[in-house]
Design a protein around this ligand. Structure first.
Ligand code: PBG
Length: 332
């Protein structure tokens, strides 16, 4: 490459000397359109409630969630992802509250769509906030997670969310074959226009810890993990297999989750596939950065830096608890 002739002819610092040149040469930017804001909602509270492990993030009441959505609307954040906090008394082995048509999630979806029809509502299709054991699947007599039975339950849950008006369904459970079965079930019920965002490469990560506190499933899990369905943290090829299989099964969007610890997976995947790939900067990533900023260990610019890394790696959209905070910054 002739452009790589060397010093003293070649001085890349000429790229960086003046701010206007730095601006022109910037290869990636974070736009408000890139952001999806995850929101926790509980029907047991009347005021928003602090989540200890996630400073600045709350469990919302059915009322306070609308103020939060209004913020997103004003900041032009295109979509939110809803995560329910289910009362312990409603949790059971199969997570049956997940397909209650009058349950919390359908109620919230309807509320948001009535007040802010333009905001995209992404609903999580998974059983873990609803199960007494905190797993994402139905646990059989031998204590094992029954893949195919779980899919049937997920299909019912998906249809409830579809009827309530969800704009995108996001299965986050990692059962084999759930994308094709949910797709078929939706199509059979005339929801062929409703897209599926598959959590296609979801790792069995410790970075979900604060989320499990937020939805109060930590105690239900009681020290158990999700290693029999979420991907081994050490595996990259297996993550691609999961993604390719989900493409074949009809996923409209893919996802790599968590984000920062798996940038290699994200980058490699976005180089290989044409479908849009999203990434989820999960609760543990948020908590680390937020606590470091709050304690003066990192400056605030670490937040934008963390999000730009996903753009460099080719993400089409980013789920992040920083969405509101960063949108306020980049749109002012
Ligand atoms: C549940 C689900 C999890 C997250 C999103 N959906 C947790 C888990 O799999 O245990 C994690 C999100 C986060 O940590 O912010 N299926």
């Amino acid at each position: 490459m002739t452009e790589l002739n060397s010093f003293p002819i070649r001085r890349l610092r000429r790229f960086r000397e003046k701010e206007f040149i730095r601006k022109i040469l910037q290869e990636n930017t974070l736009n408000v359109n890139d952001l999806i804001y995850p929101i926790f909602v509980s029907e047991d509270i009347s005021e928003k409630q602090v989540i200890q492990s996630m400073p600045g993030i709350y469990r919302h009441s059915l009322k306070s969630i609308l103020y939060e959505i209004e913020k997103c609307y004003k900041l032009k954040i295109p979509a939110v992802a809803i995560f329910p906090v289910i009362n312990q008394s409603k949790k059971d082995n199969e997570g049956s509250e997940a397909f209650n048509e009058k349950g919390l999630v359908p109620k919230v979806i309807e509320k948001i769509k009535n007040s802010f029809p333009e905001i995209g509502v992404i609903s999580d299709v998974a059983l873990d906030p609803y199960t007494s054991h905190g797993q994402d699947g139905f646990v059989n007599m031998r204590g094992k997670i029954d893949n195919d039975k779980t899919i049937q339950l997920l299909c019912r849950q998906a249809l409830v969310h579809a009827h309530a008006g969800a704009d995108i369904l996001a299965p986050s459970d990692m059962m084999d074959g759930r994308i094709i079965e949910i797709r078929k079930h939706l199509d059979a019920n005339n929801f062929y226009e409703l897209p599926i965002m598959s959590y296609s490469s979801k790792f069995s990560s410790a970075f979900y810890g604060p989320f499990r506190d937020a939805v109060k499933s930590t105690n239900n899990l009681s020290g158990k993990n999700k290693d029999t369905y979420q991907i081994n943290i050490a595996n990259c090829k297996e993550a691609f297999l999961e993604s390719y299989i989900d493409i074949q099964e009809g996923a409209d969007f893919l996802m790599v989750k968590p984000g920062m610890p798996y940038l290699d997976v994200l980058f490699n995947l976005t180089q290989k596939v044409f479908l849009p790939v999203f990434t989820y900067q999960v609760s543990g990533e948020y908590a680390m950065i937020k606590n470091a900023v709050n304690n003066g260990i990192l400056t605030e610019s670490a937040i934008l830096e963390s999000l730009i890394s996903f753009k460099r790696a080719g993400a089409r959209g980013i789920l992040s608890y920083f969405a509101i905070e960063i949108a306020e910054k980049i749109s002012s």
